[in-house]
Design a protein around this ligand. Sequence first.
Ligand code: PLP
Length: 377
Amino acid sequence: MRKKTKMIHGGITSDERTGAVSVPIYQVSTYKQDSVGKHRGFEYSRTGNPTRHALETVIAELENGEAGFAFGSGMAAITSVMMLFNADDHIVMTDDVYGGSYRLMTKVLNRFNLDHSFVDTSVPEKVEAAIKPNTKALFLETPTNPLLKITDIQKMVEIAKKHSLLVIVDNTFATPYWQLPLDLGADIVLHSATKYIGGHSDVVAGLVAVNSTDLAEELHFIQNSAGGVLGPQDAWLLMRGIKTLALRMEAIEKNTQKIVEFLQSHEQVSTIYYPGLPEHPGHDIAKRQVSGFGGMISFDIGSGERAEKVLENVNYFTLAESLGAVESLISLPAKMTHASIPRERRMELGITDGLIRLSIGIEDSDDLIEDLKQAME
Ligand SMILES: *Cc1c(COP(=O)(O)O)cnc(C)c1O
């Protein structure tokens, strides 16, 4: 089955008993046993729920994995994956990971002595240098937010193999439509399904897929023990989102390319961060690694003042955090998603006061361009 077909026919797509073409929402906590200890595959919905199971099957298929898991949020998914490790283990992590992942490592999991180093994983030598005797995994995010830095997953897998490390990839930005980390040798791929997979700004969820039955068994044990599962209604919404993921990603990318062209022609815009541009530092790797450059653009408009004016004057771009929805979103990382990072550190990373981040939706690109144009004037 090819990708687009998998999104429609992958996983469990209908109800065997009734023939319903959409998987029913099994709003249920417990299941009648035919005799003591003899159940029909489901006993309690933390352990397994048919609607969640259908979603878990389709994400495993989309990512070419052995098994899939659905959690109550992207952070619940990441937390559960981190529970595969023990106290005094060490994780090497992309330095500009999602702020929530940074907070989880530095403010929560540090209490359990799970050690970490933040490294620019777009530079393999730095990753190699950060590996310690107790290092157990590389946690990569590619592309990153908001500068869309690219890490070479295959290169990371090579390094990991030498040191027997797991490779974990946060695939939220690229989605399984554009990037398949397990095919490149990664062990675990995860998503904030709140973003592109859900795609309609109406559900918070996390998904994981793993490449081996051993990891699948361990992660199911953790999912059932720690209990951060996704409810059946939200699982159903994600399956509905997945049906149009291919169409949305293609429409989003077409729009994004047109908006990048417009930004290139605008005299107020100094730097544009988009992996599809030949001058982007990760462009060559991205060309090999992904089948599409996605729908996120960041650009520098010179000053924080100017940036705030643009954000206040747009009509079709919604001023909001988050990304990956059908509606276009606009944000100012320095004052929103990255406000907790000290200014000096932000500047080092390239997150200037005038950096605007766009998450492009599926509106008519001419409207989006006209809107940006008038807001910039
Ligand atoms: C949003 C996001 C997360 C966290 O997911 P939630 O669903 O908000 O918990 C993790 N990683 C990336 C890259 C994200 O964008």
